[in-house]
Write a protein that binds this ligand. Sequence first.
Ligand code: ZN
Ligand code: ZN
Length: 264
Amino acid sequence: MTHLQNNLQDVHIHLEKGPYTAEWIEQFVREAVSKGIQEIWLLEHCYLFPEFVPMYDDLRRCSGFIDKWLRRKAGRRNLTEFLRLTEEIRGRTYPVKIRFGLEICYLEGKENFLFRQTESLGLDFLVGSIHFAGAFAFDHVPELWQGQDVDSIYRQYFRHAFSLADSGLFDGMAHPDSIGLFGHTPSYPLTGFYDILAGKLAARHMYAEQNSGVYRRCPETAHFGMQPELLSAMKKHGVPLLTASDAHCPEDVGDGIRKLAETL
Ligand SMILES: [Zn+2]
Ligand SMILES: [Zn+2]
């Protein structure tokens, strides 16, 4: 599909560092306008809301690292307030189109829980992410990769990615090959995995993000957007590709979006 330069989108922007107020949203809007972006999709990590925290219990039991991280981060925000904000913003007019959603950690076996927690939220979109390979928090710090079996981590990552697509819970998949952020590669080619993943996303009519966030975090080791081979597989299967910054603050809205759009 073609994405015209005159319809720039940033479909992955986190609100988490500011209050649930129209003033906070307007900072994101101003940044988008200044960068010529017409549409922004605002979201939160699901673990910020207490309603989603029980989903991580098994992971916490398996990993002290994940438990400690969730103790710092999880359950800090109020879902009712978030939903109230979405209603308030929908009642106003802005120079950019705004959508609200959630970035959901997809965890195998938690599909029913996720379905129940999300079915009546009335959000515009749900994007699924793989942030853990089994109980391995692969995208936190590179030191955690020491001594890990890269080949089996990649196999596990793609197994999760396939189930994410098959689950039917999500409108799209975030940063589809973020597993490579610290520069690790398996000893075998990923072509077959890419093809299966793209086929599954297409079958579910899901979009995939062409996301600059991982590169912004790890410019030394991460690829800018998807690996070219994965991008080709997505295009071959006709998966809609949407540009995304993964901004966690207003200044990063639209980061790399034009360059990402050119790859599409
Ligand atoms: Zn993510
Ligand atoms: Zn994100």
